[in-house]
Write a protein that binds this ligand. Structure first.
Ligand code: IPD
Ligand code: CA
Ligand code: CA
Length: 265
């Protein structure tokens, strides 16, 4: 039977909101002794792990044949055609420091093609979503990327490299360039939220390297359904597993991507 992607997307939005409620409640009880260190500047807690378990149990019920690519490794089941890509808490550093801006990010891939994306930003109760063939939505209202058509006039989001400093010089030169040629730069600390904000026009563009598929899968899909463009740093399509991404509104994208390319040769 063909899958009703619209219905499934709404069900996954509900699941994300239920899981988001859990995250919100735990934030009030959280203390720093509950933090585990996965690697340099890479943190996790029972909140990330429980969130992932709740999401995977829910998705198993909704689409039993699908497999998982999930950050905390709760399930490594491989689906023949369908696989979910999950970040159960994107913005863990914000979460453990009591800062706003953390989100759940869930994407569905059919074979190698993204067909659904859901990002639930917990603090503002904002659910961004889209499915194959649909527009993009924020809490049931249609969203579009902005139409600012030049770099000067844009607000750009990025993430700072926090363990792989091999391209730090290029990164800093580009940072300086954008500082002088845009309205400004922001670093929210959640790549999923950065992408969701590009999709609804709050940011014109986003770029970052060292990212994982679960950081970008849902957001990249939603940006495209909202009329935006997404590539890797060379303008190619390897942004999901290639660990680097440029996303932006279509009107200023070429100028934005050229600036990234020139600095990351
Ligand atoms: C991180 C956030 C952050 C980005 C990092 C990610 P996490 O994800 O998306 O914005 O700069 O590269 O690892 O660890 O909070 O899920
Ligand atoms: Ca993440
Ligand atoms: Ca995470």
């Amino acid at each position: 039977m063909p899958i009703n992607l619209e219905l499934l997307c709404k069900q996954v939005c509900d699941l994300s909101k239920q899981t988001g409620n859990f995250i919100r409640l735990e934030r009030h009880k959280f203390n720093t002794e509950q933090i585990e260190v996965k690697g340099k500047n890479d943190f996790v807690s029972y909140v990330d792990k429980t969130s992932e378990k709740m999401i995977i149990e829910g998705l198993e019920r909704l689409l039993p044949e699908a497999g998982f690519i999930a950050e905390e490794g709760t399930s490594t089941k491989k689906g023949e055609h369908y696989n979910w890509i999950i970040d159960p808490l994107d913005g863990t550093t914000n979460f453990i420091h009591g800062l706003p801006c953390f989100a759940i990010s869930i994407a569905l891939m059919r074979d190698q093609q993204l067909v659904m994306g859901i990002i639930y930003e917990v603090n503002f109760d904002e659910c961004f979503y889209a499915w194959e063939g649909s527009k993009a939505y924020l809490n049931e209202k249609e969203i579009r990327v902005s139409n600012i058509d030049q770099l000067y006039g844009s607000l750009i989001a990025t993430g700072f490299p926090y363990y792989d400093y091999s391209r730090l010089n290029e990164y800093m030169e580009l940072f300086k360039y954008f500082m002088q040629h845009t309205h400004g730069l922001r670093r929210l600390g959640s790549a999923a939220t950065d992408l969701a904000y590009v999709a609804c026009g709050r940011f014109e563009g986003f770029y970052e390297y060292c990212l994982q598929p679960w950081d970008v899968a849902a957001g990249a899909f939603i940006v495209q359904q909202a009329g935006g463009k997404v590539t890797d740093f060379n303008g190619g399509e390897n942004y999901l597993f290639g660990r680097e991404i440029v996303a932006g509104n279509s009107a200023f994208f070429d100028e934005f991507l050229d600036s990234v390319k020139q600095h990351f040769k």
